[in-house]
Structures are given as C-alpha cells and as structure tokens.
Design a protein around this ligand. Structure first.
Ligand code: C5P
Length: 405
C-alpha cells in the first residue's frame, strides 16, 4: 500500500529518535518516497547525515538554509505529503501541536498540512500519564490526528511502563492499514448519535441508562475511515474520540436534539445509535432535594424523538435507527422503522448473550424498508459497525438496476 506514497516523517528530540532511522529505512523499502523534517533538538539524538542517507533526501530543520538563504517551504512540504508521520513525538511537540505553537519547521508544517497526520508518542511513563499530555492527545485526536499508541516496556529513564514509542514495524503496519481502506464515503457528511443522555433531577441526581456509546463510536470510526466527514453527537462517556471524527458533547435529550437537528441541515445521513431518554423530569430543582420520610414522586414528561424528527425532514438523506428490545423484537423494530421513516433499523436483543450494553461484542439483525432482513453472527462491535456501514454504502448507491436480458 505504501508503494509510491509520499511520506513526510517528523522527528523530535527523544531517545526513540534512533528508531526513526529504522522506520525511514522500512518506509523506503516499502516503496514510499520519504522526506524527513527534524526539530533542532532531534539532531542531538540522531544525525541528519544518517536520516538523509536512509531517506535519500536532504533533511529539513530550519526555516531557511543559513548558507544561501533558500527558504524551506512548510506549505509545499505539506502539499507534497500523502501523510505526515511524527515519530517519535515528544510531550513537548504534542503540546505545541495541540496549542498551535509554530516555533520550528516541523510545527509550521503540521499547521499548514492538509494531509492526514499520525503521531507516535514517546516519553517517560509519568509524562505520558500526565493529565496535560492526555488532554493534548485528546485535542489532537479530536482534530483527526491518528495516535499510534505507545507500548509498555523498559523506558530510557530505567522505569518500566507505557510510553515506549511503538516499534517501527507496527507504525508501518498502521500506516499501511490507513491507506488500505477504500474511501468509499468520501464527501459524505454523516451524523452519529451515541451513548446515554442524562436528565437532571436536581444539581446532584439524574436519570440515565446503561449505554456506554461503544457501538456508536465504532460506527463513527468506521464511517470516518471510509472517508466520511463525521459529526459524533455524544452523551457522557470515557471513550476516546475516534480519529478524524468531530465530536459534539451533550448531556440531556434536549441538548442532543438541538445539536443533531442543527448538524442534520448539512448532512447526507445519520445513524441514531444513542440511547435517548424518553422521559425527563418536568421540573429540575436548582437545589438538592432534601429527603424526608415520605415517598417521592417525580413527574416526568416526554422528550422529543430525534430520529422521528429527522425522519420527518429526511429528503434524500440516509437514516438509520437502532432498536434494543427485550421482547417482540422484530415486530417492535419493524414498527419503529416505519414510524421514524428509516432506511433500515438495526435490531439487537438484550436476550442475546454478548449483545447490549458495555460489552465489546454485538449480535444484530438489519431490517430494511423493503422488508428484507439479514441476521449476523456475534462479532466485535467494530466488525458489526463494518456491516452497518456496508449497508449504508449500498443505500447511497441505490438498488442495483436489473440487467436487461
Ligand atoms: O422508540 P425507541 O426509542 O425505541 O427507538 C430507538 C431509536 O430511536 C434509536 O435509533 C434511538 O437512537 C432513536 N431515538 C431518538 N430520540 C429519542 C428516542 C429514540 O433518536 N428521543
């Protein structure tokens, strides 16, 4: 997959810079054209001569050549690259990337690059675990940067833990997978709702449900990998934002309704995977409700059905819903398919082992408008997401026209 690809490798000042030499050699072996940009400190860890020899190209460090004043254009570097891979990426460079600091060529190139960006963090375990680094990585992930997770093992500090840069072979394999996916949904704007909503009773208590958002996040990741522009409207969760996905955080069903309806105006389709509260407290107390010896009665009112509203204004968009049922599964799912004007509905039953909340697997049946229904075996949520996105692809293409005989 890397044959003929232009890979720009960014090297920062980490002990792991020696692995960048193996990485560059591996990329060239795979048939990629490689250019290397280094931070000034990276030169202390590995010589430009080594990197230039392995990449077969001069190394770029400064904004201009001090000998003849020739300008090293960060813009044209970004335009040349099919991917920008920063490996190793130090905590310092990640922080600067997250905050738009542009005090070296590696960073100005990052800010102007339009190609996909991947980073392979390398640092001490405590630096990696520090909330500042976690937040910076989350900011970058949110902007679509792919993080090549570091491994666990012995670190330069002598400590053992997570922070070792991924091995060059692993990084190359990840880059390979990145190019492998066919971008069948390029140009399509998709919304995914995911996770549970939270309906406040008072400043302390709320009503919610057991949804963790795993299925919706897997669908958002799969859509993005196939080239779609994805807006993930998400209830509260601990899940990381999938690469290339833009996330809008919401809490209540009303907030999810507003964010989703607003994004829908420009969208080509939506997958309604969130477990949205059907009822919300009629009044939210602004003080903590005091307990008494009496029972407490909280009056709930209906929330608005987001999927039904999107169905009402559907037009040519593709609309997918979910039905999590405990009984009369198919009948209930078919009812929702019609009522919400969906293209298809994904049915999962809480009665199936391995399906439902929190687990990493799911077992689904897809029921289409035509009445056709397909059941899939128990599989990882990521594999299930691929089946769902395959079906979305066929919806965009439309039914195959029968060949004339
Ligand atoms: O009617 P029910 O809630 O079971 O339908 C489930 C489907 O409708 C799911 O796709 C869910 O995301 C969506 N839904 C919604 N807004 C609501 C309730 C459900 O979008 N208020």
């Amino acid at each position: 997959m890397l044959q003929g690809k232009h890979i720009l490798v960014g090297v920062t000042g980490s002990i792991a810079a020696y692995k960048a030499a193996i990485l560059v050699r591996g990329l060239v072996k795979e048939g990629a054209s490689v250019q290397v940009v280094m931070t000034p400190l990276a030169k202390e860890f590995i010589t430009p001569l080594t990197m230039a020899t392995l990449s077969k190209n001069p190394i770029l460090v400064d904004f201009f050549d001090p000998e003849d004043g020739r300008w090293n254009s960060h813009v044209s570097l970004g335009e040349w690259a099919d991917a920008y891979l920063i490996a190793p990426a130090t905590a310092n460079t990640l922080a600067k990337m997250a905050h738009g600091i542009a005090d070296n060529l590696l960073l100005t190139t990052y800010l102007s690059a339009r190609c996909p960006v991947l980073v392979a963090p390398a640092m001490d375990l405590d630096m990696f675990a520090h909330p500042a680094t976690t937040e910076n990585l989350s900011i970058l992930r949110n902007r679509g940067v792919t993080i090549v997770e570091p491994g666990e093992g012995e670190l330069a500090s002598g400590l053992t833990g997570k922070g070792r840069m991924a091995e060059p072979e692993e990084i190359i394999a990840q880059l390979d997978r990145f190019f492998e996916k066919k971008k069948s949904l390029l140009g399509k704007r998709m919304i995914v709702t995911a996770g549970a909503t939270i309906e406040s009773i008072d400043p302390v208590r709320f009503i919610s449900n057991h949804s963790t958002g795993k299925m919706g996040y897997a669908i958002a990741a799969e859509l993005a990998e196939r080239g779609a522009e994805v807006t993930l409207v998400s209830g509260r969760t601990h899940l990381p934002i999938p690469a290339g996905v833009q996330r809008i955080d919401v809490l209540s069903a009303a907030e999810m309704y507003d964010a989703t309806v607003q994004a829908y105006a420009d969208a080509d389709g939506a997958v309604m995977c969130a477990a949205v509260a059907d009822y919300t407290p009629e009044e939210v107390s602004d003080r903590k409700l005091k307990k008494s010896d009496d029972d407490l009665c909280i009056r709930l009112r209906r929330t608005r059905d987001i999927a039904a509203e999107l169905g009402r204004t559907k037009g040519n968009r593709i609309l997918v819903g979910f039905a999590l049922e405990t009984d009369s599964e198919e009948v209930n799912a078919r009812g929702k398919l019609g009522r919400k004007n969906l293209d298809f509905i994904v049915l999962n039953s809480l009665r199936d082992a391995g399906a439902g909340f929190g687990v990493d697997t799911n077992k689904i049946t897809i029921i289409e408008r035509s009445g056709e229904q397909t059941s899939y075996p128990l599989a990882s949520k990521r594999e299930v997401a691929a089946h769902i996105v395959d079906k979305i692809e066929t919806c965009f293409i439309g039914p195959e026209t029968p060949k004339s005989v």
